[in-house]
Design a binder for this molecule. Structure first.
Ligand SMILES: Cc1ncc(COP(=O)(O)O)c(C=O)c1O
Length: 475
């Protein structure tokens, strides 16, 4: 597979040109990659104003070919940019439909305290999205920016990070609230994967769009599913999805894809570029673009096979850890999610033990420790991980588990709450106050309370459990 962006930049470097353009380092080494770090010079194309015969369009077509999508756009600003774009596209599309059907659209709904009333208002008047409550904070800020209403879908599970929603449960939410789109985070931070095929069937039946935050799952394209091409949401019926290529593929941090699948409305293909450039920087990183470009070639040259081989190695390691008494959770093949509490430790304690052996994890919370594996990890890495984990003595099970997130009382719209000047207070004094900020500790960047919601006693319990001591509330 060709690498038009990398080839262009390499040729430019070979010319030893006089760089009278940005960036200011002029290609001179400061930390290392500066020579390759160019800007939109003649021939380098413009990421979101691209020429269909230019190097970026060619490279994106290569990516679309690999992922089997109708269109794939590059992001050099992570999945976060793609999430904003997906919501904007949904709003544009829904508004277009309302215009076509002559449905009255009221910009400012009465925001009543009764949740059911509020939902009724949103379903009849405003564009709204039904989202799993474990959505990344970018979803909340994007919905606020786009003035979209959100209907939160809850699961029966405890904890903040996962939100298991069956197709049947989602169908019930759709029937009750008639959203314009359903938004699912899959895989989640703990490696749980939703039944995207089943959810897509429900959405199709109800003519509801399906958006998937697949930030953690770009590599699922290369993992065969039971009865489908792959486990990737674009193959399973999602209309739009975002992949943080940088999280699981050999791509620099920031590199991501916005995928528009074959079965999605033509409208998205036509409007995607217009939508993404509303939110994107006008200075995309050419280092990240080259990295995305090179990833196409790596995948075509066998990285997909390496992923499957690594998945087999990870599965083997998981078996050995289970034999040693560890309890593992999650279905993602390249994540090892250890139920640390069941082994008698907090996730943080296990992470600290690993760090003492120079092994750094992706995420931990009071219950879980998450380790992410890729073909970049050697067999020696996995052997060392196994050795250290097996050397940890099992203790008695910790029974305290995460509290369940309960629907919060909405006091004002998130977009309104975010615009209030706030003050930082201790969670112990927070009961009854209204959360002002959408900002949360990262990772997993899932808010315990959504801005605009009143802080309840059960939310305070949750803050305590996750070690959050102060929050930003409306003054
Ligand atoms: C589930 C989920 N969605 C979206 C994002 C944002 O992705 P990015 O960092 O690529 O912008 C993250 C980041 O960790 C995430 O975990």
């Amino acid at each position: 597979m060709n690498t038009p962006i990398c080839d262009f930049v390499n040729e430019y470097c070979e010319k030893k040109a006089v760089r009278l353009h940005m960036p200011g380092h002029k290609g001179k080494t400061v930390i290392g990659p500066e020579a390759l770090d160019i800007t939109e010079i003649g021939g380098a194309d413009v990421l979101y104003e691209k020429d269909s015969t230019g190097i970026i369009a060619q490279s994106e077509r290569n990516a679309a070919g690999i992922f089997g999508t109708a269109k794939t756009l590059y992001s050099t600003e992570g999945s976060s940019l793609c999430i904003r774009t997906m919501l904007y596209l949904v709003k544009m599309y829904a508004m277009q439909k309302r215009r076509e059907t002559g449905l009255q659209f009221v910009e400012e709904a009465d925001y009543v305290k009764d949740r059911r009333q509020q939902e009724k208002h949103t379903v009849t008047r405003r564009v709204c999205i039904a989202a799993g409550r474990n959505a990344h904070k970018t979803f909340i800020t994007a919905a606020a920016l786009m003035d979209l209403d959100v209907i939160w879908m809850y699961s029966d599970q405890p904890g903040l990070v996962s939100c298991e929603l069956s197709p049947e449960r989602i169908e019930a939410y759709i029937q009750e609230t008639q959203p314009d789109a359903v938004y699912i985070t899959s895989p989640d931070y703990l490696g749980n994967i939703a039944d995207i095929r089943g959810i897509a069937e429900v959405c199709r039946r109800h003519k509801t769009l399906l958006l998937v935050d697949n930030a953690h799952g770009a590599y699922l394209k290369f993992i065969p599913g039971k009865d489908s091409l792959s486990l990737h949401p674009a193959d399973l019926g999602a209309d739009l999805c975002c992949d943080s290529a940088h999280k699981t593929l050999p791509v620099l941090t920031g590199g991501a894809y916005l995928h528009i699948s074959e079965n999605s409305p033509e409208f998205f293909r036509a409007q995607a570029e217009h939508a993404i450039k509303i939110f994107a920087s006008t200075s995309p990183s050419y280092l990240i673009l080259q990295s995305l470009d090179r990833a196409n070639q790596l995948i075509a040259d066998g990285f997909d096979t390496e992923i499957r081989e690594t998945a087999a190695r990870a599965e083997h390691l998981k078996e050995k850890l289970k034999e040693a008494g560890y309890c593992l959770t999650g279905m993602e093949v390249l994540k090892i999610t250890i139920d640390a509490a069941a082994y008698g430790y907090s996730g943080e304690e296990l992470a600290q033990i690993l760090e003492a052996h120079s092994i750094y994890s992706e995420f931990y919370d009071p219950e879980y420790l998450v380790l992410m594996i890729s073909p970049g990890n050697t067999s020696a890495d996995l052997d060392e991980l196994e050795r250290v984990l097996k050397s940890i003595r099992r203790r008695s099970n910790i029974h305290t588990r995460a509290p369940r997130l309960k629907p919060g009382e909405v006091a004002m719209r998130p977009q309104e709450a975010m615009l209030y000047p706030g003050e930082e207070i201790s969670i112990e004094e927070a009961e009854g106050r209204i959360l002002a900020s959408a900002d949360v500790a990262c990772p997993p960047a899932i808010p315990i309370v959504v801005c605009g919601e009143r802080i309840s006693r059960s939310a305070i319990e949750c803050f305590r459990y996750y070690g959050i001591h102060s929050i930003h509330v409306i003054k």
